[in-house]
Design a protein. Structure first.
Length: 397
């Protein structure tokens, strides 16, 4: 039988949402997506996927998002008319977990809910009243969930296990690159800059870190043409004073707009030698614990990661000895690094990265089927043999 999935998405324009939906489809599931709109709908033209608009929300506007969730909850029965009975409901982020309970009740109340949380919002970590209230809300709406999906073991060790109060089995799904169809990504080749050309650093994906932009623009100016910074993806404009103006006025920095994931990855990463795998968006909190999409995308395509040693990304890089680790990432630190960058140093780092088995970077069709089988096993009315999942306390890196 085909597993029917109702996926509740916080942002229909998020490429990571599209990737998860394609993962489920590749695994054999039929997917209906209901979600909020921020900047369009990447799933609107996706063949075989019905997408339902629950209204609009805005980046960084927490109170507005609460109101939107309440309004969507009141209209949920109307919005979900005609949706087939789901075998499982996946709620991406806390705001959608709030809706999942209402959606499950509309379909009889016994539909298993999966809580997918790939970022820990700073308010969930607040030690004051706001944090305690938000964690209580999370516990309340997760009490009927049967599985937690997250993307980094550090999220489990630093939040879910010690602070969340949740008692759920955990499925660790890293932000690997989805391999569509049977096509395999070609083995990466080193790409030394030609005579007179700069080293190129790619900052791709969700562009939301003001500190990274300040550092990279100042560093590129210091290098005076020795390094070029290329930015691609979706800027969170609410996080910047004026992103477009800052990039336009920055020498040796260019913004090339959004891209399709995974379709455009080879093209964009083959233009650069290095991946900016540093994030200060929620410095000391979520930014210390995440394993970003760009780490896996760059790894697959041979773009050497630049990471902070103290972070989970840094520990990932150090364990595999595949990139460049920094204790600090100031413009001066980067200037020192790249003033001493040689062909030999780059080729050594590239060779270490290229030697990593591609399974570290890729989600293939077998992985997709395993995920769908695992989700099917949550529904008591579906009889499938599925692998066991470790509890929160036993998830490993």
């Amino acid at each position: 039988m085909t597993l029917q999935v109702l996926y509740l998405a916080h942002d229909l324009a998020d490429p990571a949402i599209r990737r998860r939906v394609l993962t489920l489809k590749t695994g054999g599931a039929s997917v209906t997506v209901a979600g909020f709109r921020r900047a369009g709908n990447l799933l609107g033209q996706e063949e075989g996927v019905r997408s339902i608009d629950l209204g609009s929300t805005q980046d960084g506007q927490f109170s507005q998002r609460i109101k939107a969730v309440i309004a969507a909850r009141m209209q949920l029965q109307k919005r979900l008319v005609g949706v087939p009975m789901p075998d499982v409901i996946i709620a991406r982020n806390l705001e959608m977990l709030v809706l999942a309970e209402g959606a499950a009740s509309l379909f009889g109340g016994d539909v298993p809910v999966v809580y997918e949380c790939l970022d820990i919002h700073r308010l969930l970590l607040d030690e004051g009243v706001k944090g305690r209230v938000l964690r209580a809300v999370q516990r309340h709406f997760a009490k009927s969930a049967r599985l937690l999906i997250t993307s980094s073991p550090a999220f489990v060790e630093n939040f879910f296990k010690p602070k969340s109060g949740l008692d759920l089995p955990v499925l660790l799904l890293e932000n690997k690159v989805l391999q569509l169809g049977e096509a395999s990504v070609a083995k990466p080749q080193p790409r030394l800059p030609k005579q007179g050309e700069p080293w190129k650093i790619g900052w791709f994906g969700a562009i939301r870190c003001r500190k990274s932009l300040d550092i990279l623009t100042a560093f590129a100016e210091k290098m005076n043409g020795g390094v070029e910074v290329i930015i691609r993806g979706r800027p969170a404009y609410s996080e910047f004073a004026d992103f477009d103006a800052q990039v336009k006025n920055a020498p040796f920095v260019r913004f090339e707009g959004p891209y399709r994931n995974p379709e455009d990855l080879a093209e964009i990463y083959n233009e650069v030698q290095f991946t900016w795998a540093i994030d200060f968006f929620e410095e000391g909190l979520n930014s210390e614990w995440l394993l970003p999409n760009r780490l896996y995308e760059g790894g697959l395509h041979g773009a050497v990661p630049i990471a902070l040693a103290r972070t989970e990304t840094g520990r990932f890089v150090a364990k595999r000895d595949i990139g460049i680790l920094l204790d600090n990432a100031t413009p001066t630190d980067l200037e020192t690094l790249f003033s001493g960058m040689t062909d030999a140093l780059y080729l050594d780092r590239f060779a270490r990265l290229a030697a990593v088995d591609r399974s570290q970077w890729v989600t293939d069709a077998d992985d997709c089927r395993a995920l769908v089988d695992r989700l099917a096993g949550l529904n008591r009315n579906i009889s499938l043999a599925v692998p066991s999942v470790p509890a929160i306390s036993t998830v490993q890196s």
